[in-house]
Design a protein around this ligand. Structure first.
Ligand code: SF4
Length: 349
């Protein structure tokens, strides 16, 4: 068998990219291109949210809980060092704090034991017909956590979502990522994964009040007076909402039940059989694409999330080198394995 170091890494993200658009795979995983402004607000918040959950669930139970909370709030502060001058960082900081504080209030203790957090794995990709391992590829990934409940192992998966509704929950059993992770973790750790505990936290959509200038107030006041039967108004100039006031408003929002949801799903073993065949088939198609140099575009996918794919400027320009030079940079693939995130697409956001 080939040495692991000689084999090429496949991850959930890279397989998903190849499945959805081969051109996307080629640009990210062969050419190592990533947009210069890739670090979206959602990704930055997701990284801090996962970091908070990781620290909370692996905390030393021997230290006072207040000390653990303070350490995590300090981590959030450190992740947003420019929040005083940078509005985007300020917004992420507020939300990350409120999500974490709301979470520990909602779930001050858990009816399960956390046995691993941010667990990295690597496993063979096996041909289901011959039982032989791939000599070219190896599967790598990282799961948010592994828990034990009533003597059974479950994956713990943290998700942040703009809306937690019936549609969102209905789609969870179709989550290709988690079926894949369950299967490979089983083989890597030699344990049986009974299911997945999805731990979903909502992203509050409220914004910090910015206040209004004197001119804006005068204009609004004039409009109110024009509409008033008495020709008067008691309107006052809006002042900016302080950080404390906004945190208070966010805390109230996060005291609502629909900002959190936990869903326990049991894995069907049949899902694994289908997955093995599909993953093997994809590796064969990947080898074929590499041999022929054909990385087909799936143009139905360019606006899949009602916004352009991050490589749309390249594809639209026919691969113009100037577009690539000005809008993209070289980033090593699989950065999610280092904790940096490598999301080409939003996941249920
Ligand atoms: S823009 Fe369209 S064709 Fe190009 S990589 Fe993205 S999904 Fe594929």
């Amino acid at each position: 068998m080939a040495d692991d170091r000689d084999r090429e890494t496949l991850t959930y993200s890279s397989i998903r990219a190849f499945r959805n658009c081969r051109k996307m795979y080629d640009l990210r995983y062969n050419q190592h291109l990533a947009p210069i402004d890739e670090d979206s607000e959602a990704q930055a918040l997701g990284t801090i949210f996962h970091g908070s959950m990781e620290r909370w669930h692996r905390r030393d139970m021997a230290i006072p809980v207040g000390q653990a909370i303070n350490a995590i709030l300090e981590y959030i502060d450190g992740a947003c060092p420019d929040r005083i001058t940078d509005d985007r960082q300020k917004k992420i900081w507020h939300l990350a704090r409120a999500m974490f504080l709301g979470y520990i209030k909602k779930y001050p203790s858990d009816a399960f034991d956390v046995v691993a957090v941010e667990k990295a794995f690597e496993s063979e990709i096996v041909n289901p017909e011959t039982d032989h391992s791939s000599r070219t590829f190896i599967m790598r990934g990282k799961v948010d956590g592994i828990i034990v409940k009533d003597g059974k192992h479950y994956l713990l998966e943290h998700k942040s979502a703009a809306t937690i509704d019936g549609n969102y929950i209905d789609r969870l059993p179709m989550d290709f990522q988690i079926i894949l992770y369950s299967d490979y973790i089983e083989r890597f750790m030699n344990i049986r994964i009974a299911g997945i505990l999805y731990n979903v936290v909502g992203k509050a959509q409220i914004k910090q009040g910015k206040g209004e200038t004197v001119e804006e107030f005068q204009k609004r006041r004039a409009e109110l007076i024009a509409k008033s039967k008495t020709g008067k108004t008691s309107a006052k100039q809006w002042v900016p909402e302080s950080d404390e006031e906004f945190q208070e408003r966010l805390a109230k929002k996060y005291s609502e039940n629909d900002m959190f949801h936990r869903e326990m799903l049991i894995i069907s073993r049949e899902n694994f059989d289908v997955l093995h065949s599909e993953i093997w088939e994809l590796t064969q198609q990947l080898l074929l694409a590499r041999r022929t140099g054909q990385w087909y575009m799936n143009t139905d996918y360019c606006f899949h999330y009602n916004r352009p794919c991050m490589y749309f400027p390249i594809c639209r320009s026919g691969g113009n080198p100037l577009v690539i030079e000005n809008r993209y940079r070289i980033v090593p693939p699989h950065s999610e394995l280092d904790g940096a995130g490598d999301n080409l697409e939003p996941m249920f956001t």
